[in-house]
Design a protein around this ligand. Structure first.
Ligand code: UTP
Length: 476
């Protein structure tokens, strides 16, 4: 249909749905931009948009909590009985076997906007390693490569980006020669997006020809994996388990035989690693049990009474925090998509740049002005027939890079990377110089080619130099 006709058709539609302001600048645009704007409007599903506006923007219902919330069961980080020890040993063997048969794929969700870190570009390109300043993407690629060598298989890496950072991410990987991985073993795809709304339910304009939009949350991965063909690609390659991790965690253990083995042995569909919360109100989701299903309840939603509730030994009843590390069975993602499923949306009030209709220019608001709608991957946990949780130790596996400074900042993550390397070396009998506060008195970076877990160090003992206070050491 020619432009003029489409314009007329969509003017009426926008009017009907109270979004006619999207055409405020239409007559100022050249033909290309008019076409671009019309295409984006054609792609909008007004029925579902109006439902979302009604449910998440105009009427904000308080979070409905289930009547009965119990703590979720967990496999402890270290086995507590002889029987459990046996199970862990078996699980480790099974996990290692599945990895070496190529049944497990790495899957990173890297579609977020990383606004808190405020880094210009995809977060995966953020330099993080303490000595060589390697980026997050490089570290993950090296971990994947090292696992391939260790277990003797050809690892595949699935990378979810968003429509906003897909091209940039692809370019970064290409410009860096895929960090030594085979380009054909990397499958990069895009998640969906959601338009951004003003607090009265109007779609914001990011440009005169572009509605404001943001990625649809990490929960979007479960649809995007299927829609993009990644799941079909996995099926073809014989991959059964998806090792899900976030772009911000340089301490991730992507191919963990114990976690994979327990998930497979227990025939779970979606499993999680949990950490013990540092304090009751730590800002991580709480693993709970609701109607017999593992469910994550956000820190802001768990009633205070439960948040502070203690066991007889003084430990927290709801002690398990979400790390966003999961094993997901490929079958589960297939089943959800074939049957159809919907995750709930979460609304976030954010500062969203927009074109001011009267001033006709882009405003970068200082205060929150709009609403982003996102789905969260952990909301799929109750949909799983079975879900297990394995406890992990924070210092070993969880150093999220979220904020510019303070908690969860690059500085903390680098310190934790050094501390973990020092820890692994100390356990192998290496003497580590210490500062008066007990932290390592040197900078150590252990490349994944040197070790991806502490057990790998035993084989490398002859490559470990003497470490003196103030040294900067890179081990590869
Ligand atoms: P965060 O919750 O940290 O969100 O994402 P974010 O967008 O990256 O950062 P802020 O909140 O703007 O500072 C956790 C993980 O989920 C991915 C992120 O890339 C990160 O690995 N994610 C998040 C997506 O892949 N898509 C999304 O839509 C949101």
């Amino acid at each position: 249909m020619e432009l003029e006709k489409r314009y007329k058709k969509y003017s009426q539609l926008l009017q009907k749905h109270n979004q006619q302001h999207l055409f405020t600048f239409y007559n100022q645009l050249d033909k290309n931009s008019q076409n671009k704007l019309l295409k984006q409007i054609e792609d909008l599903n007004f029925k579902s948009l109006n439902e979302k506006i009604g449910r998440y923007v105009k009427n904000v219902f308080p979070v409905e909590l289930p009547a009965k919330i119990e703590p979720a069961g967990v496999y402890p980080a270290f086995p507590r009985s002889a029987e459990q020890k046996k199970k862990y040993e078996k699980a480790k063997q099974l996990g290692a076997n599945l990895i070496s048969k190529g049944k497990v794929a790495a899957f990173i969700v890297a579609g977020g906007q990383g606004t808190r870190l405020g880094f210009d570009g995809p977060k995966g390109d953020f330099p993080i390693s303490p000595v060589k300043n390697k980026t997050l993407f490089q570290l993950f690629a090296e971990m994947i490569k090292a696992a391939g060598i260790k277990y003797g298989f050809k690892p595949k890496w699935y990378i979810m980006t968003s429509p906003l950072n897909f091209e940039q991410t692809r370019k970064i990987l290409k410009d860096n020669n895929f960090y030594g991985l085979n380009a054909k073993d990397i499958f990069i795809f895009q998640q969906g997006a959601e338009v951004n709304l003003s607090t009265d339910g109007k779609i914001l304009l990011a440009q005169k020809d572009t509605p404001a939009a943001s990625p649809d949350g990490h929960g979007g991965s479960l649809k995007a994996l299927y829609k993009s063909g990644a799941i079909a690609d996995m099926r073809k390659a014989g991959i059964e388990y998806i090792s899900y991790f976030q772009v911000d965690n340089p301490l991730i253990n992507i191919f963990d035989p114990l976690f994979i083995g327990l998930h497979a042995m227990d025939k779970a569909e979606m499993s999680s690693k949990a950490l013990t919360k540092a304090q009751p109100f730590e800002k991580v989701g709480n693993f709970c049990l609701v109607d017999g299903k593992v469910t994550v309840i956000e820190y802001s939603d768990l009633p205070k009474k439960l948040t502070i509730k203690k066991n007889a030994d003084g430990s927290l009843v709801f002690s398990l925090g979400n790390t966003a590390i999961h094993i997901i069975s490929r079958n589960f993602v297939e089943r959800l998509n074939v049957k159809g499923f919907a995750l709930p949306y979460h609304r976030a009030i954010k500062k969203i740049p927009y074109v001011n209709l009267q001033k006709s220019r882009i405003i970068k608001p200082r205060k929150e002005n709009g609403i982003k709608l996102e789905t969260f991957v952990f909301d799929a946990l109750p949909l799983a027939k079975k879900s297990i949780i394995l406890e992990t130790i924070r210092s070993q596996e969880f150093a999220p890079v979220k904020n510019k400074s303070g908690t969860d900042s690059p500085k903390v993550a680098r310190r934790m990377m050094i501390a973990r390397a020092a820890d692994w070396l100390r356990e192998a009998g290496v003497k580590i110089p210490r500062k008066s506060d007990g932290s390592a008195g040197c900078k150590i970076e252990m490349a994944p080619s040197f070790a991806i877990c502490k057990e790998d160090i035993a084989k490398k003992k002859n490559k470990i130099p003497q470490i003196k206070s103030g040294d900067k050491i890179y081990m590869k």
